[in-house]
Design a protein around this ligand. Structure first.
Ligand code: AMP
Ligand code: GLY
Length: 410
């Protein structure tokens, strides 16, 4: 059995480490595309997804696992399926749940899934009319993908008007020619990863993502500076999550959603219940790093069951101890991170049994250098996990290193 893992971040490194634990595949039968420094060998270079699928087919690869959203949106799974290769990832149609916020909102409205009240806008002349419908400045979102930067929470109506203008004038190219204005909600956020095989929806318990750059949830929004798993939930919150997941399963069934992949529900727990903020059609990074570290099943077996339409036979199990991920990022992230700085003392992590997952890292002649905003994910489960992660975070050195000091269960 040969498989292909697509993607270059710490999320894909975590997936790779989890797959390596499976007896269903040999290390030499794992192939990589558009990958990171964690891949040793078996890297397939390609010109486009058709070319990649052709090469994968010639190599006898039977399963594609897609990490990031962009290839899903561009239809990588549709192309691989046309070559008879099974895929873990949404097809182009269902990837719209992530790539078009208006598509996602329509899906939620149709199936009575609770989400913030919203308006879609593609003409600046309508902005005052729509703003007048809100009591407080609304959240402004680019309809399309914007690398996690397409959501603004303006403090005033004037600011909202200005942002709407910049978006509609093409701040994010085509992605912001259409925008969503939605009611601002207040509450804590949860990330829930669900698996869907066309018939059954099976979900991991919620994980917490620390999205803001600085401690105490201050500073810019980022892709995520850390995560903890599982979230601490009250009985009410647990019921809300369960109720929502039943609705989501019914919505997918009723829509005959014909894909095999992951749905990530970005949720907000508000006083009056649980709201969906967004859908992603992939695992969240860095949440999946802490979730997988705690997962005691065989993730590859789950994927094979999914493509065989047997997700209903799977039961997820986790170790009792909580798990954490702390991201070491580069100064300047998320706007313009410093790159090219040598990374020292990586070996300290092994001594502390902390896993180091590579993201924005380059390897040149056995030395590691920073090469992106989020550089490393440090992951560990158990009682002393946070102490050890933070010891490693302190000892691992590179110029401009930043990280949050307040990652914990919440
Ligand atoms: P999204 O990409 O839609 O998940 O938005 C990114 C982040 O913006 C979320 O994780 C929230 O922190 C924040 N956000 C999005 N929508 C809302 C909302 N309606 N009210 C408050 N915060 C929001
Ligand atoms: N951690 C949020 C994301 O992956 O988009």
């Amino acid at each position: 059995m040969k498989i292909l893992l697509f993607g270059s971040g710490a999320r894909e490194h975590a997936l790779y480490d989890a797959i390596l634990k499976s007896p269903l595949v040999k290390k030499e039968d794992i192939y990589f595309a558009q990958t990171g420094v964690f891949a040793n060998g078996n890297i397939i270079d390609f010109e486009d997804y058709y070319n990649l699928a052709k090469k994968a087919h010639e190599l006898g690869i039977e399963l594609l696992i897609v990490g990031p959203e962009a290839p899903l949106v561009d239809g990588i799974c549709d192309i691989f399926l046309s070559f008879g290769i099974k895929t873990i990832g949404a097809n182009k149609y269902w990837a719209q749940l992530e790539s078009s916020k208006s598509f996602a909102k329509e899906f939620m409205s149709k199936f009575d899934i609770k989400t913030a009240e919203y308006f879609v806008l593609d003409d600046y002349l309508q902005v005052d009319n729509i703003l007048s419908k809100f009591e407080k400045p609304p959240v402004i979102k680019a309809d399309g993908l914007a690398q996690g930067k397409g959501v603004y929470l303006p403090k005033t109506f004037d600011e909202a008007r200005q942002i709407a203008k910049e978006f509609l004038e093409g701040k994010f190219g085509k992605s912001s020619k259409k925008i969503i204005l939605e009611k601002r909600l207040y509450g804590r956020e949860l990330s829930v990863f669900s698996f869907w095989d066309g018939k059954t929806l099976l979900s991991f318990p919620p994980a917490c993502d620390f999205k803001k750059l600085l401690d105490d949830d201050m500073g810019d929004n980022t892709g995520g500076m850390g995560s903890a798993f599982p979230c601490v939930l009250s009985d009410f919150e647990e019921k809300e999550v369960d109720g929502y997941l039943l609705k989501l399963e019914k919505a997918l069934k009723d829509s005959k959603a014909n894909f095999c992949g992951v749905i990530y529900s970005g949720l907000m727990m508000c006083n009056d219940g649980l709201y969906v903020l967004e859908y992603n059609m992939r695992f969240g990074d860095p949440e999946i790093q802490s979730v997988l570290n705690n997962f005691s099943g065989d993730i590859l077996d789950v994927f094979f069951k999914m493509v065989g339409g047997k997700l209903d036979e799977v039961e997820f199990k986790f170790s009792d101890e909580p798990s954490y991920c702390v991201v070491l990022a580069s100064e300047g992230y998320p706007v313009s991170p410093k790159k090219g700085c040598e990374i020292f003392n990586l070996d300290i992590a092994e001594k502390l049994s902390v896993s180091v997952l590579f993201a924005g890292v380059k390897k040149i002649r056995e030395k590691y250098y920073t090469d992106g905003g989020r550089v490393l994910s440090l992951v560990k489960s158990g009682k002393n996990a946070l102490r050890d992660i933070y010891k490693a975070a302190q000892e691992i050195k590179f110029d401009g290193k930043i990280y949050r000091k307040d990652i914990k269960l919440r």
